[in-house]
Design a binder for this molecule. Structure first.
Ligand code: SF4
Length: 278
């Protein structure tokens, strides 16, 4: 089978940096704890766990040693608690996520009511909410009621959302009666490039595969976008999940992967597809 891989896919610089920092820290220290899964990829989390990385869900669960902050970041309160406990902190928060947190604080200090467009359950959004006072999350049109009765509105976005979604939400917000709305584009270029490359590719192939963790927001978003343009789109975690029966009658397959999917997973998947006779 002919296989085409998206021009841009797989690890982004923020995730690569977090994994490298985790490996370096594990090589130098014992008792290393990650606050939440280091990335949304089970294979990588398992490998790092075998190398000694413990994953905990709250700062209270870190008794001693080193706390590793993942690329999605942590709230101000969590960081303060870690400091107060006297723990060593290794901060792998992506620089672009730090920028969103900084902008949220600045907007708040300038008197804006800050809203972040995104998924309220995503760790990055939770960390932004916890980095400045009164930040509201707008996930869809139904959340707009939350932001009445404020004069100055400051709008930012979760880094991994799509430009289309951002534009749609800005369209809704723009119709609200505010005397001032300040919009800062905090979308990540890496995400945008992956989405554009995926959409371009999925239009040219008979079947499209999006590889990555089922909890990875950016991977899910890639799959959602590809499905819109090519209904024959499948979101899988790795080659083990590929049922070759779905390849029947297809000649060209496209492959892309989320920002937390290792190169090795992509390579192995492509090899399996290429071996399928057409
Ligand atoms: S997707 Fe973008 S913002 Fe998120 S970790 Fe990667 S580089 Fe940073």
């Amino acid at each position: 089978m002919k296989v085409l891989v998206a021009e841009k896919c797989g690890f982004c610089p923020g995730v690569r940096n977090a994994i490298n920092l985790a490996k370096k820290t594990l090589a130098e220290q014992q008792k290393v704890y990650s606050l939440g899964p280091i990335i949304h990829n089970e294979d990588v989390v398992r490998q790092l766990s075998q190398a000694g990385l413990s994953t905990v869900e709250s700062v209270e669960s870190i008794p001693e040693g080193t706390a590793l902050i993942r690329s999605h970041g942590a709230t101000q309160q969590e960081l303060e608690t870690l400091h107060n406990k006297g723990l060593n902190i290794v901060d792998a928060t992506c620089v672009l996520v730090k920028r969103v947190q900084k902008i949220a604080r600045q907007l708040h200090e300038e008197g804006y009511h800050v809203v972040i467009i995104g998924d309220k359950n995503h760790p990055e959004v939770k960390a932004v909410v916890g980095s400045a006072e009164g930040v509201e999350v707008i996930g869809d049109e139904s959340d707009l009621d939350k932001i009445f009765n404020h004069k100055k509105l400051g709008v930012i976005c979760q880094t991994t959302q799509s430009p289309d979604y951002f534009a749609t939400m800005i369209g809704y917000i723009g119709k609200l009666p505010f005397s001032e709305i300040k919009i800062i584009n905090t979308l990540c270029r890496e995400t945008k490039d992956r989405q554009e490359a995926a959409v371009k590719l999925c239009r040219q192939v008979d079947i499209m595969f999006v590889l990555g963790g089922l909890h990875s927001a950016n991977t899910r978003k890639l799959a959602e976008l590809c499905k819109k343009h090519n209904p024959q789109t499948y979101h899988l975690q790795n080659r083990e999940e590929l049922d070759i029966n779905i390849l029947s009658g297809k000649r060209v397959a496209g492959v892309t992967a989320g920002a937390s999917t290792p190169d090795e997973v992509i390579r192995e998947f492509v090899v399996k597809l290429e071996a399928y006779p057409v």
